[in-house]
Design a protein around this ligand. Sequence first.
Ligand code: GRF
Length: 211
Amino acid sequence: MHAEAKKLRLGVLISGGGTNLQSILNAIELGELDAQVAVVISNRGDAYGLERARLAGVPAVFLDPKGYATLIDYNHALRETLDEHGVEAVIMAGYMRLLGREVLEAFPSRVLNIHPALLPSFPGASGVADAWKAGVKVTGVTVHFADEKFDEGPIIAQEVVRIEEDDTVAMVEARIHSVEHRIYPAAIQLLAQDRIRVEGRRVRVLPRGDA
Ligand code: GRF
C-alpha cells in the first residue's frame, strides 16, 4: 500500500456564493489538487459558500464582524480559527474584507487571492464591470499573493479573457468565472507542490520535479 501523500491544509475565506471554493473542492475530489480544505470561514452568515462547505463535510465557520470592536481584533480571531484547524495556507475566495498583518505575518507567501481582472488594472470590488465600462478589449483573471492592500502583491498567474463588442457585463462575468474555476485550483496546486518562488514582485514557477 502506498503511503498517502501529505495534503496541504487550506483555510478558505469567503464572503459570498463560493463558486471558487466549489472549484477547489471539486479539484481535490478529482485528485487534481493535493490539498484538503481544513476550514471555510465567512464574514457573512448568509454566504452560500458556508453551505457548500457543510455539504462537502468541511468545518464552516461564520465569524461575525459585529462581535469584534476593531478590524485588528477580527483578524486576530481569524488567525486563531485558522490555527485551530491546522491551516497551512490561506485562500481568499471572494473574501471582501481587508486581511491584516495579524494573519499575513503568520502565513508568509502562503495567502492567495483571486481577482476578476488583469491586475494592476481594475482593482476593487467591481473589476469586471469596471473593465467593461472602460471599453478595454481584453481583461482576465489574476491569482496573486495577498498583502495588506486590496488586490496587490506578487502575481502568480494571469489569464486573458477577451471582451467582444456585443458582450454584456454578465457575459464577460460568466467567462471570467469559468477561467477562475480552472486557474485558481491550478495555482494552489503549485503551492501544494512547493513550486512557487517569490523574487521581489516577481514570481517564478519551478518546473515539476525541481522543487
Ligand atoms: C470572484 O469573481 C473573485 O474573483 C472575486 O470575488 C468573486 C467570488 O465569487 N474576488 P465566488 O464567491 O467564488 O463565486
